[in-house]
Design a protein around this ligand. Structure first.
Ligand code: ZN
Length: 339
């Protein structure tokens, strides 16, 4: 660790000492001068070097380096949940006659066409569900492998969403297959997803004492930041109420990557209270998804206690229910009965 607490990680090397060592990958940091819009307007700060805020978290993660070409943040139009449903706080299942239902679908399709893909006015909402790892990519290793947690949780969540007529779920990649961030984001975008949830397990290779949940929404300055942040808080609140420890300030944080292929990347964790718009990019999947998206580190796979609570089959089932309830609350629908 350097004197300033910042660690570099190098392409192809294992994680540096870290308490958030999930292998999720980010977009490379954008080149200077390539960004415009709200970031530039806000005087985007460089994370590396002296401009780093004093309160910036000192922990860094050393997942595998971002392997993909630089990509602009998503700025492709609205993908907001229906304001009416949110105001009403609840949306009843669609019980209209088929003719009226079809008319409603047609009008919604026309509005989407008029306003751009992703403008969703009502159910059924398409939820993109992302098992953070798959196939040859097993994720972090610990008491269990991360892939076990992600696959089990996404499977249970898919079950809830499939049963609920207010939702349609789409996996960003098939079970037991590896898929790049770009491919997973493209799967969500092409499905016209209203929301994306990516499930991961955290790890700390240097201590089995690290535990708890972290939610990473799309950071300030992104098109869907506010809705992404709202979902992140809903998820964190439900896990907190269920007894899971919320890391940082109430379990919601941002991650940024700085660096380049030659010098390596620094992964910086910032608390949600820091609303600064930074030029550095966050997780690649979040940057490339055209709708509100949240990446969740459900628990630490290196913690016996965390795995016992949230990494076993029963723990993943309970976690999936909480994600489902958070999604229902986000859209204002009534969750199906169950636990
Ligand atoms: Zn992961």
């Amino acid at each position: 660790m350097r004197a300033d607490g910042v660690q570099k990680y190098q392409p192809g090397r294992p994680c540096a000492p870290s308490r958030t060592a999930c292998g999720e990958r980010a977009c490379p940091a954008p080149k200077r001068g390539t960004k415009s819009g709200p970031r530039a307007a806000a005087g985007a700060l460089r994370i590396s070097g002296r401009a780093r805020p004093a309160h910036r978290a000192r922990r860094t993660c050393g997942g595998a380096p971002p392997p993909e070409a630089p990509q602009a943040a998503c700025h492709t139009g609205a993908c907001l949940p229906d304001a009416g449903h949110r105001a009403a706080g609840r949306a009843a299942p669609d019980v209209r006659c088929p003719a009226r239902r079809d008319g409603g679908r047609r009008r919604r399709a026309e509005r989407r066409s008029a306003h751009g893909r992703g403008a969703h006015e009502g159910p059924p909402y398409t939820i993109a569900i992302d098992a953070g790892h798959g196939g040859t990519d097993i994720g972090a290793e610990g008491v269990i492998n991360e892939i076990q947690l992600t696959e089990a949780t996404i499977g249970y969540l898919e079950g809830w969403l499939t049963q609920d007529e207010n939702y349609t779920s789409v996996r960003t990649h098939a079970a037991d297959t590896f898929s790049k961030n770009t491919e997973r984001a493209a799967a969500a975008n092409s499905a016209g997803a209203s929301l994306l949830l990516s499930v991961h397990g955290n790890s700390d290779p240097y201590s089995s004492d690290s535990y708890g949940l972290e939610c990473y929404p799309q950071p300030p300055g992104r098109t869907h930041h506010e809705d992404s942040l709202r979902l992140a808080h809903l998820i964190a609140d439900k896990f907190g109420a269920a007894g899971q420890r919320l890391r940082g300030n109430a379990g919601v944080r941002y991650i940024y990557y700085a660096g380049d292929d030659e010098s390596g990347y620094e992964k910086q964790v910032v608390e949600e209270s820091d609303s600064t718009v930074y030029s550095e990019q966050t997780f690649g999947l979040l940057e490339k998804t055209d709708c509100p998206a949240v990446l969740v580190e459900q628990c630490f796979v290196t913690s016996e206690a965390d795995v016992a609570a949230w990494g076993t089959d029963d723990g993943c089932r309970r976690a999936a229910r909480l994600y489902y309830e958070a999604i229902c609350e986000y859209f204002g629908t009534e969750p199906l009965p169950g636990t």
